[in-house]
Design a protein around this ligand. Structure first.
Ligand code: PLP
Length: 427
């Protein structure tokens, strides 16, 4: 396998495996790998380009299948050094792809319905995938502090990854997040700062901090390390296809916060097709939002190319980004693949959390309620084909958003006697 080393501005070299350069998603301008995220020509977002030309399909497939039961089985397709699996990290990924036959019956899906359950990651959300990539970039660029702006799950993933890898962490969240998310972020011992404002305020603050001496030497996983971070979402695409027996699903339903995950899952599927690891056939990508924060679905339904920011108001706080950086790219993917973007109300989210729990024994956080709820809605609208193989993402754990299902509790309280049990009508 070809391993490239690239000179950084400080003249040291970085080893990020098959990653060859950063290229602008708008104008295509290329720059060497470094901790930069915006194009110097047009201010467009940068993303990773690779050199996969040396790969032989069958050899690559064998190498992946022989790899570890984590995202690192796909190291040859990620911006990480070849020996990444040996470095201290949380080894996320290779989560379950659950064949959801009970849910399929309930929803009338006949073509095979699967839940990709990312609550099984080390900090119980999909964010461990993206942070693992950013951590390797931080190592390569010599940062010693990991930071981020977060809607909750990212804060915990950064705190845990930093703890394990021996980095300092200092992360920023809206001050009013769910208790479960705050505790999950704080327990790893890093610094956790609540900002009086919503996620978009937190993000703006972090952008200022990056330009200030106070933020020097800091790797913000979703800002100056964003191009690397974002690539972690491709592993969801790789895993889904490999777990289906190296087959593309026909339809995938993906939650949208910034939209990064959705666009990179599409990038991952495209790569698998180009590498010959799956058959080249059409697939459709569907985006899911909460009605209380639905800038992308609003633009999709209106036929707009521009995503107008909203002020979020929803229980799906992990998805509550009112000004999603990848919004326009999500619209492109949904339209190009023949998918759609849809949203559901807070009561529909709660209902869908309960539906998934009672049919499949999977307790999803609100983001999973959003994808399951949107799946049900898209089926009703005829936009999802019930006869096709469909994958729905659950990206987080219900234990972090217990408030969403408050009111769920005891069936009865009885004395410890059989009489009392019978009186309660449970016999
Ligand atoms: C962050 C997050 C997402 C999606 O994030 P993007 O910014 O769209 O990549 C989805 N689900 C959960 C639970 C998350 O925490």
């Amino acid at each position: 396998m070809a391993v490239q080393t690239v000179a950084t501005s400080s003249d040291s070299t970085v080893d990020l495996g098959p990653a060859s350069a950063l290229s602008c998603r708008e104008c295509g301008h290329r720059v060497p790998l470094g901790p930069v995220f915006a194009c110097e020509e047009c201010f467009g977002p940068l993303e990773i380009s690779y050199d996969f030309s040396a790969y032989d399909t069958e050899e690559l497939r064998r190498r992946i299948e022989a790899g570890p039961a984590s995202i690192w089985r796909y190291a040859p397709l990620l911006p990480v050094p070849a020996d990444v699996a040996g470095k201290p990290n949380l080894n996320p990924g290779w989560t379950k792809l659950v064949k959801a036959d009970n849910l399929a019956r309930e929803l009338g899906v006949t073509g095979g319905l699967y839940v990709k359950d990312d609550s099984g990651n080390p900090t119980h959300s999909f964010k461990d995938r993206v942070v693992a990539q950013a951590l390797e970039a931080a190592r390569a660029f010599g940062f010693t502090t990991l930071s981020c702006s977060s809607t909750g799950n990212l804060a915990g993933a950064v705190g845990a990854a930093a703890a394990r890898a021996g980095f300092r962490s200092c992360v920023f969240i809206p001050h009013d997040l769910e208790q479960g998310k705050v505790v999950m972020a704080a327990v790893y011992g890093g610094e956790l700062v609540g900002i009086e404002g919503n996620y978009d305020d937190v993000n703006r603050f972090c952008s200022e901090l990056i330009g200030d001496p106070a933020g020097e030497g800091w790797g913000f996983v979703n800002v100056n390390l964003r191009p690397y971070y974002a690539e972690g979402s491709k592993t969801l695409a790789y895993e889904i296809c490999e777990q289906l027996g190296w087959r593309l699903p026909d339809q995938i339903v993906i939650p949208i916060a910034s939209g990064s995950q959705l666009t990179k899952i599409d990038k991952g599927l495209q790569e698998l097709i180009k590498l010959g690891l799956v058959e080249d056939k059409p697939y459709k990508i569907f985006g899911a939002q909460a009605e209380g924060c639905s800038p992308v679905s609003t633009a999709f339904k209106a036929g707009h190319d521009v995503v107008r920011p909203q002020k979020p108001d929803t229980i799906a706080k992990s998805l509550a980004i009112g000004n999603p950086a990848d919004g326009p790219y999500v619209l492109d993917v949904a339209r190009r693949t023949g998918g759609a973007v849809e949203d559901v109300t807070d009561p529909e989210i709660v209902d869908a959390i309960r539906l998934l729990a009672r049919t499949e024994g999977i307790f999803a956080e609100t983001a999973g309620g959003v994808t399951v709820g949107v799946t049900r809605k898209l089926l009703k609208e005829g936009l999802l084909d019930p006869a096709k193989t469909t994958v729905v993402l659950n990206t987080g754990d219900g234990l972090k958003t217990l408030d969403a299902v408050a009111g769920t509790g005891l069936t009865a309280t009885i004395r410890p006697t059989l009489d009392s049990f019978r009186e309660a009508g449970l016999a």
